[in-house]
Write a protein that binds this ligand. Structure first.
Ligand SMILES: *Cc1c(COP(=O)(O)O)cnc(C)c1O
Length: 458
């Protein structure tokens, strides 16, 4: 039985957590300089003596909390970060207490079982081929790494080469075709897998960042093609349908980086963007972005179970695989947290219609945001096809200064990027909590930030 002290500790931690969530909409979106300076309290030599759990949670509550970013609030538009729906956040309280290792069925039957359920639901939601398998991992970076490893295994296998046993040196040469706007995590995964930058066949992009299909090289059965469903800056979608047809005719492997955009397949209004999705071979998608599942939650989906499990092979006399699902067979990691529980909770809490509503509202609020900014004289540099907006002022200097002011305001937060050689303010509408009034307040922050910028630059 738990000691009285343990009970007190958990109650206290829950109370602190609840008070954080109660104030999420009023706290600064980004910590102020005092909160940042106060982080110094953590800078001490490794303590010689132990201290109590109550001291730990108290220090975190007092000095850690003020230096958090209000990602779960409605006025955070940075990167493509997403919030967390309450049902999933509450589930995290449980999974924290359960502390399951999801490597094997024998370590956690429930984590394994819910992984299978999530797999079935995702196949259904995205209308993927029924033999598709899913692996849960930290994010789309890890998912793309896994999908491309499966591709490498499968294409070399077709050439009569076993990459697991014979390695890459001396292997038949594979070709990699991808758009110049592919996400940095794709280039990272390729480098880890032995495909150097100078060996890639990089296809020029159009003004929205989409791979130009007319420039696609001739494909063959030694080629891996990578498209994206959702450009991380503009939100644009590659022409998946057309590219998939060409891949299938040639016997190429098609991987889709759909980190946040794949969820458009769940919306009747947005699914034209992901048309042809089911013709691909592997898909990377995040639970922690558009779906608003808690961090961290990435998913690799692969139509070729043997290719994925062969690429992720692991053995050892003590690893007891069972007849049930052993999650580690589909991912690079062995010990893993039980993401399936939170992913299941998120999918179940929203349901099919809730997911569709979420996708549609993110788009609707992004349109509203873009329109109101345009009415205030800002330039919108992309077609707002989903949830991403690229904003600019009259000149580069003013854009940069305005962004700086927005980031310092504490009232909303956006990141920046370079688009077509020009600085832009990058807005990602990605939280279920964002509503019309958040957009109105944030537009006012933009206007004020630009006014202050103009005064400073005059
Ligand atoms: C966020 C993102 C990634 C990386 O995903 P992580 O979950 O951060 O690893 C890859 N591709 C695209 C298009 C993204 O938006």
């Amino acid at each position: 039985m738990k000691s009285v002290n343990e009970q007190k500790l958990f109650r206290q931690a829950q109370e602190y957590a609840a008070s954080y969530m109660d104030t999420i909409t009023n706290r600064p979106v980004f910590p102020d300089s005092e909160a940042l300076a106060n982080m110094q309290i953590f800078d001490e030599p490794l303590p010689e003596k132990s201290c109590t759990g109550l001291e730990i949670v108290e220090q975190l509550h007092k000095f850690g909390l003020p230096a958090t970013v209000a990602q779960t609030g409605g006025q955070y538009f940075g990167f493509v970060n997403g919030g967390t729906i309450p049902a999933a956040q509450a589930t995290q309280y449980l999974t924290a207490a359960w502390d399951q290792n999801a490597a094997l069925y024998l370590m956690s039957p429930i984590a394994s079982y819910l992984e299978t359920i999530c797999q079935q639901w995702l196949i259904d939601l995205f209308a993927l081929p029924e033999q598709t398998v899913a692996g849960l991992l930290s994010g789309s970076s890890a998912a793309t790494l896994s999908g491309l490893a499966a591709a490498r295994y499968a294409l070399l296998d077709t050439q009569g080469w076993d990459v697991n046993n014979d390695g890459l040196a001396g292997a038949p040469r594979l070709r990699i075709v991808l758009g110049e706007h592919a996400h940095s995590s794709v280039f990272k995964a390729l480098a880890i897998l032995g495909f150097g930058r100078n060996q890639l066949e990089i296809v020029k992009a159009d003004t929205q960042g989409r791979m130009r299909v007319d420039l696609l090289p001739r494909l063959d059965n030694r080629t891996i093609v990578i498209v994206q469903a959702g450009n991380v800056n503009s939100g644009a979608f590659d022409a998946i349908d057309e590219i998939a047809d060409r891949c299938n005719r040639a016997g190429s492997w098609l991987h889709v980086d759909g980190a946040f955009g794949l969820w458009c397949a769940a919306s009747n209004k947005r699914k034209h963007l992901t048309k042809g999705l089911e013709k691909a071979d592997s898909w990377a998608v995040d639970g922690h972005k558009t779906l608003n599942a808690p961090y961290d939650c990435g998913i690799i989906l692969c139509k070729h179970p043997r290719a994925l499990t062969s690429a992720m092979q692991a053995s050892g006399s003590y690893i007891q695989y069972s007849k049930e699902r052993d999650g580690m067979a589909y991912v690079p990691e062995m010990s893993r947290r039980a993401r399936s529980v939170e992913l299941w909770a998120t999918l179940k809490a929203l349901g099919r219609t809730g997911i569709e509503y979420l996708v549609d509202s993110l788009h609707q609020y992004a349109k509203q945001f873009a329109n109101e900014l345009k009415n205030q004289g800002f330039q919108i540099r992309n077609d707002v096809v989903f949830n991403q907006i690229l904003v600019a002022c009259d000149n580069a200097e003013e854009t940069e200064k305005t962004l700086e002011n927005i980031q310092q305001s504490g009232d909303c937060w956006c990141g920046g990027a370079s688009w077509q050689g020009q600085p832009v303010i990058r807005v990602s509408v990605c939280s279920w909590r964002t509503d019309e009034s958040d957009i109105k307040k944030s537009v006012a922050v933009f206007v004020k930030a630009r006014m202050v910028a103009q005064q400073a630059l005059r």
